[in-house]
Design a protein around this ligand. Structure first.
Ligand code: FMN
Length: 200
């Protein structure tokens, strides 16, 4: 599907065909495409937790106030991020760059994030947001429907998935085939309410 069409037709789907399965090659292709999303200093904070255990799915649904798409979609991914990725062997993020570039960028990124806890967390969340949108649009272009979710008890989900120290949960993403089309759009703001020029 052409990108603009995917952007315009992507909707948050709540009811999925529970019999539909996503072939392994589609799943891998989707994750690999998502991993091409941009991140500050190429830090790639994202950690994709694919939930394949049926009973865990059911417990996660309960933790998500019973939202059926958590259990009914073909795939459930909990999009997490390593807040400390900036300091975890950062030379990896520039492994394929020329040495001269790596030698500049690695100390630069370390200095940029060192001691700035709010920024470290903000950056991890930003990376999740970009990954999420890539994943949803790429999935749409591959013929799948998706939904993002933050309607869950984060502490319970963290406990269920054994979230490592220093990680955060960005959101859940469900992927599959819609069983029911999404309702009409809630209402987009007019462009002049959100688009500004030069200063506010
Ligand atoms: C980060 C995020 C979290 C969301 N959480 C939920 C959720 O828990 N349950 C739900 O039904 N929809 C959830 N949504 C879907 C939004 O309600 C939806 O994106 C919005 O109404 C716009 O509709 P559209 O995505 O169909 O264009 C979430 C969306 C985003 C981006």
């Amino acid at each position: 599907m052409e990108l603009f069409k995917a952007v315009e037709s992507r909707r948050s789907v709540k009811h999925f065909d529970v019999t539909a399965e996503m072939p392994a090659e589609d799943f891998t292709r989707l994750v690999q495409a998502t991993m091409l999303s941009p991140t500050s200093y190429n830090i790639q904070h994202w950690r994709f937790l694919r939930i394949t255990d049926i009973s865990l799915r059911s417990q996660l649904k309960d933790a998500a106030w019973g939202q059926q798409q958590v259990e009914g979609a073909s795939e459930l991914i909990i999009l997490c991020a390593d807040i400390n990725a900036w300091s975890d062997r950062p030379e990896r993020y520039w492994a394929d760059a020329p040495k001269e570039a790596r030698d500049v960028l690695v100390p630069m990124l370390t200095e940029f994030y060192k001691g700035k806890e709010q920024l470290q967390r903000d950056e991890a969340i930003r990376s999740c947001g970009l990954a999420a949108q890539t994943m949803m649009l790429a999935a749409k272009s591959m013929g799948y429907d998706t939904g993002a979710l933050v309607g869950f008890d984060p502490e319970r989900v963290a406990e269920l998935i054994n979230l490592p120290e220093g990680y955060l949960i960005g959101m859940m993403i469900v992927i599959g085939k819609a069983a029911k089309v999404a309702n009409g759009r809630g209402g987009q703001l007019p462009i002049d309410e959100v688009l500004f020029e030069n200063t506010f």
